[in-house]
Design a protein around this ligand. Structure first.
Ligand SMILES: [Zn+2]
Ligand SMILES: [Zn+2]
Length: 242
């Protein structure tokens, strides 16, 4: 996945730097909500100009066809003050290349604490799917539902990693009926409706318990065609475990 430098050169000398900096920050937060840019962008002031260093899931991320009304609006607002130039800086080694399959046959929703990649994985190639290429679900303006779920799941994984409030955080991560897992499964159902392609929810395996059958419905597991993505699927509950 590529790292980009987005240069913002003002048309004329900036009078209100505070306003401009807030606008840039707000703009990239909106683009993050639509999945067009990833989370950890960095805004740099260089003399009278600015640059934003950011990972985007693809070089086409800012194309008009992938913009929501809100992202078009915010890019227009920036263009009133700045001329924008997007250039690739190089490969971001912490993020895998995005899926470019024409039509994935299934997806999986998955949270990985170690990366800021899209939480939707392509079932065919196993790579992250740019959220801006998926239909918006439950939210007309972008993908904030999926990103909110991912943010919350990662926060719980992090607390669990530090053993903080262990009973609570481990329960949230591992129990199929926890609030966060119910939220994720509901998002998968909504996404499946919108894409008409099966969407599985990756359930962290509880290593303390045997995993011979699906922990929700008790049915036998199905094998996946691609064990690198997930080893077992319950096609009835639409969950995937390792
Ligand atoms: Zn793919
Ligand atoms: Zn099941």
């Amino acid at each position: 996945m590529e790292y980009f430098k987005i240069s913002l050169r003002p048309h004329k000398a900036i009078v209100n730097a505070e306003y401009c900096e807030e606008l840039i920050f707000e703009s990239f937060n909106i683009l993050r909500k639509t999945g067009q840019v990833y989370e950890n962008f960095c805004i740099v002031r260089d003399g009278g100009a600015y640059a934003v260093y950011v990972i985007m899931p693809g070089a086409d991320a800012l194309n008009l066809e992938f913009c929501t009304e809100e992202s078009v609006e915010i890019i227009k607002k920036l263009a009133v003050i700045f001329s924008l130039k997007v250039e690739s800086v190089g490969e971001a080694i912490t993020c895998e290349a995005s899926c470019d399959c024409a039509k994935p046959s299934w997806y999986m929703l998955y949270s990985d604490l170690a990366t800021e990649e899209s939480p939707v994985v392509c079932g065919d190639c196993g790579r992250p799917v740019p959220l801006y290429k998926l239909p918006a679900i439950l939210d007309k303006e972008g993908q904030s539902n999926l990103i909110n779920w991912q943010d919350q799941f990662k926060a719980l994984q992090k607390l669990d990693m530090y053993n903080y409030a262990h009973d609570f955080t481990a329960g949230e991560v591992l129990e199929p009926t926890s609030r966060i897992n119910k939220m994720g499964r509901a998002l998968c159902r909504a996404m499946e409706k919108a894409t008409t392609v099966p969407v599985f929810y990756h359930l962290e395996r509880n290593r303390q318990k045997a995993a011979d059958v699906c922990p929700i419905c008790g049915r036998e597991w199905s094998r996946t065609a691609n064990e690198e993505i997930s080893q077992k699927l319950c096609t009835f509950c639409r969950i995937a475990v390792d």
